[in-house]
Design a protein. Structure first.
Length: 253
């Protein structure tokens, strides 16, 4: 079980963060996100400290800030949703630059942006310091259902294959003078999507038959067994542990 090559988010390195076992990092990131979500939104300073903690992890892992920021653009839809909240939420209103905004909407927007941004940043750091193959082994080590691990493995392995097929179909359309300029071209795009589905389905059948002919019984063999020492667990717990301390302080204050 594994991926053929490193994914676009991964940055090869030899930092202490890279050296941690994948299941330790998965648990640490999950615990960190849970702590961030549990933090009261009024504790604005706490979210600033969380950002400092993540910046420290990025520094130790030697992951450039630009690498993290450019890959956080996936958060844009959530940002758009948060921007609308102060305008549509009900309750007490406040004037900001001559615009009436909801107080609860402003807090809600901040809550979504702060917690969402921190969660995305933590995920990007995890992906930047852990290869996909290691992530799958980590999920297996954490006793995730084998079927889910296999589905994730195949999705990663053949996602780029299907992407390459889409690019080849796009080149073929353009070579024949096709340009998607309006609604009239939607029919061609719909037929292309249908052809891509059929090709993907047929490829999946061929792969399944090839696996069956090689003795596949529904369980992928484990090539490597990842283990973690007590010291490595302690290192991984540093981030969520510090975040938990901040969270508790936020609730007490």
């Amino acid at each position: 079980m594994g991926a053929g090559h490193a994914h676009a988010l991964y940055r090869r390195g030899h930092s202490p963060v890279h050296a941690l076992p994948p299941h330790c990092k998965l648990v640490a990131v999950l615990a960190f996100v849970v702590v961030v979500v549990a933090t009261p939104r009024e504790a604005v300073w706490a979210f600033a400290l969380y950002a400092v903690l993540l910046a420290g992890v990025a520094y130790v892992a030697r992951v450039p800030v630009r690498h993290v920021l450019t890959r956080m653009l996936v958060e844009v839809p959530f940002v758009a949703f948060a921007v609308l909240m102060p305008f549509v939420a009900e309750g007490a209103r406040v004037q900001v630059a001559g615009v009436s905004l909801s107080v609860s909407g402003l807090w809600g927007a901040f809550n979504v942006l702060a917690k969402g941004t921190l969660g995305v940043a933590a995920s990007v750091l995890l992906a930047s310091t852990t290869d996909l193959r290691e992530l799958l082994l980590g999920l297996q080590r954490l006793k995730l259902p084998p079927l889910l691990v296999q589905i994730a493995s195949f999705m990663i392995r053949y996602g780029e294959v299907i992407g390459g097929e889409m690019r080849r179909m796009s080149i073929a359309r353009r070579s024949r003078g096709f340009e998607a300029r309006g609604v009239r071209q939607w029919g061609v795009l719909a037929k292309s999507a249908g052809a891509l589905f059929i090709r993907s389905y047929e490829r999946g059948e061929r792969v399944h038959l090839a696996m069956m002919s090689r003795g596949y019984t529904g369980v992928m063999p484990v090539i490597d067994e990842v283990t973690a020492s007590r010291e490595q667990w302690i290192r991984a717990a540093a981030l969520p542990g510090a975040a938990l301390l901040v969270c508790v302080t936020g609730w007490v204050w």
